[in-house]
Structures are given as C-alpha cells and as structure tokens.
Design a binder for this molecule. Structure first.
Ligand SMILES: [Zn+2]
Length: 322
C-alpha cells in the first residue's frame, strides 16, 4: 500500500523546516531563517503571533503547492502545549506567546487537519520510529537555542498531564542561578544550550562570542572555550543521570543544532553521567547522537498528525470540514 503524503514542520527559535514525508522518507524539504525568537522579543504578542502564523502558512503552502495530495500537517513547536486544548501555554524562547491557539488558524488557512506537538517530543517520536531494533522506550535530548526533551514510553509519546513532561532544559541545576525564559532561575538550558555556552564563556572573561565561534576556538584547544563546553557537559551528564533514575530507559538520543559540537562535550558528559548514575544502571544506558540529521522532528510530528487525524474525538478541532 502506498504511504500517504504528510507534512511535518519543525519550528525553531531561529530556523523553520518544512518537509513532505512518505512513510519515513523525506521526499521534499525546505529550511529557512524565520527569526521567531527575535520577532517575539521585538514586537507585542498579537503581532508576533500573526507573524508566526503568516510565516508558517506561507512555508507550508509551498509544500502543499508542490504536493496537493498531502493529507495532514504536523507542527513541532518549541513550547509547552496543553494536552486538552492544544494551546501553546508558554514558549520560553518565544516570549509573549502565552495560551495562544495556532491550530485553529492554521487549519482554517490550510484546509487540512493540523496537529501541534512539542518540538522535542516530536523529534523523540521520529527518532523512535527510525530506531531498529526498538526497545519500546526512548529519551530524546535536543540541544539548540534551548534544550528540549521528549520521552517515548512503551511506543507512545508521553507529554504529561499539562504538556510539560520531560522539559529537561528547565530542570534547575544552579538554584538561584541565571534567569530563564520559563520564569525560574538556574535552569539547565541557561548553562548547556547554545546560548548557555555563550553565557558560560562570557562569565569567564571580557570577550563575548556565540557558541559556534566558541566551538571553533575549543577545537583549537583554547582553554576558556573548552571550559565553557565542559561546564555545559557537566550539567548535562549530571542532569541526565537524575532523569534516568526516574524514567529508566535504555536508549538516549542526542540531537539538535548544537549536537555538532558533541565531541567537545562527550568526555565530560560521560564522566558525570556515569558518576551520578545508580551503579546498577552504569553501562546499561546507550547514549547516541541522532543519525537522522534534521529529519526526526518533521517525521515524528507528521506521523502524529496522521495518528490523530485517524482518531476522531481525540482532537475534535482537527476534524476535516464536511
Ligand atoms: Zn527554565
């Protein structure tokens, strides 16, 4: 049987990716700079929401113009998504978007079922679908503008009662530490995301740089740059050990834009992960880099869009118009 064509969208704080998928295969994809984080910081919420929706409609419209037979659209979004209403309750990296409805306007404009899911949970599901053999459960950690987490438990994405399950980036690693977009202080992503690494670097000397420039210096052996990554890796390893004590999965996948710098973090990460794990778990958790490149998020949310589209009653607002 021929697989249906589905659209998967991966919304980031900076970039936007749209893919058309047939099964696990990406048949068409585009990536563009969307600058949503910047827009949300500069303009008032209603205007920012309007800009986000316009950009999404335009980008998804390009995919639909090429592939009019697409059946449903999944959008992975960097924010907390209420499981019952599908509202974005808060997006730490897109400030101002509080309790906003993206699904209704997108569905109306696109004329297709639209499913919205947290971006990291979407990526976790995509990674899970691509994993062979599967153990049934998988934890995904996405390192980028922020730090996202997604848990697949016995084959199903687990988003929690309020849509904030596995928000790994907002586990507090330094009580009273750096201010975070979620409203708290000292969250993991303030020390171990791309922005967090830049802050680590800035805190240790007069020059400030972005994470990519710091990574380039670290690869040349610059001590301050290496230390900024080591601080991130220490926080990541220790935090992941705590999470594994709670969810006890045997497969962890690291993805996201910052994962290209993983070799700079892996040694300290593994040392601190091992050091903080319960001894019985040591050596029994496989941590690997994603090999799905940018595809996992789009694949996961596209697959979820079909699951929901085929299950009327789960998301009544997503039913096709008669
Ligand atoms: Zn936070």
């Amino acid at each position: 049987m021929k697989e249906p064509l589905l659209v998967g969208v991966d919304v980031g704080g900076t970039n936007l990716r749209v893919g058309v998928l047939s099964g696990h295969e990406l048949v068409w994809a585009m990536r563009r700079h969307a600058g949503f984080s910047e827009i949300c910081q500069k303009v008032a919420a209603p205007e920012a929401l309007g800009a986000v929706i316009e950009t999404l409609v335009e980008a998804i419209g390009e995919a639909l113009a090429r592939y009019p037979q697409v059946q449903s659209v999944g959008v992975g979004f960097p924010g907390f998504i209420a499981p019952d209403t599908r509202l974005v309750t808060l997006s730490p990296n897109l400030p101002g978007l509080l309790n906003v409805d993206l699904v209704t306007p997108l569905r109306a404009r696109l004329g297709l079922p639209v499913v919205l899911e947290n971006d990291a949970l979407a990526a976790a599901y995509g990674e899970y679908l691509l994993t062979r053999p599967r153990s049934g459960s998988l934890l995904y950690m996405g390192l980028g503008t922020g730090i996202g987490g997604g848990l697949i438990l016995h084959g199903k994405p687990y988003s929690g009662e309020h849509g904030v399950a596995m928000e790994l980036g907002h586990l507090i690693v330094i009580p009273g530490g750096r201010q975070c977009g979620c409203g708290n202080r000292g969250c993991l992503e303030q020390y171990a995301s791309a922005g967090g690494i830049a802050l680590n670097y800035a805190a240790s000397g007069p020059v400030t740089l972005e994470s990519q420039a710091i990574a380039a210096l670290a690869r040349q052996g610059a001590p301050r740059a290496l230390s900024a990554f080591e601080q991130a890796a220490t926080a990541l390893g220790t935090t992941l050990a705590h999470v594994l004590k709670i969810v006890d999965v045997s497969e962890v996948v690291i993805g996201g834009g910052l994962s290209g710098a993983w070799p700079l973090m892996e040694p300290a990460f593994l040392t601190h992960l091992d050091g903080a794990l319960i001894p019985a778990l040591r050596g029994r958790v496989k941590v690997r880099l994603s090999n799905a490149e940018d595809r996992a998020g789009m694949l996961g949310v596209a697959a979820l869009s079909q699951t929901h589209a085929n299950a009327p009653g789960i998301l009544p607002q997503n039913k096709r118009s008669p």
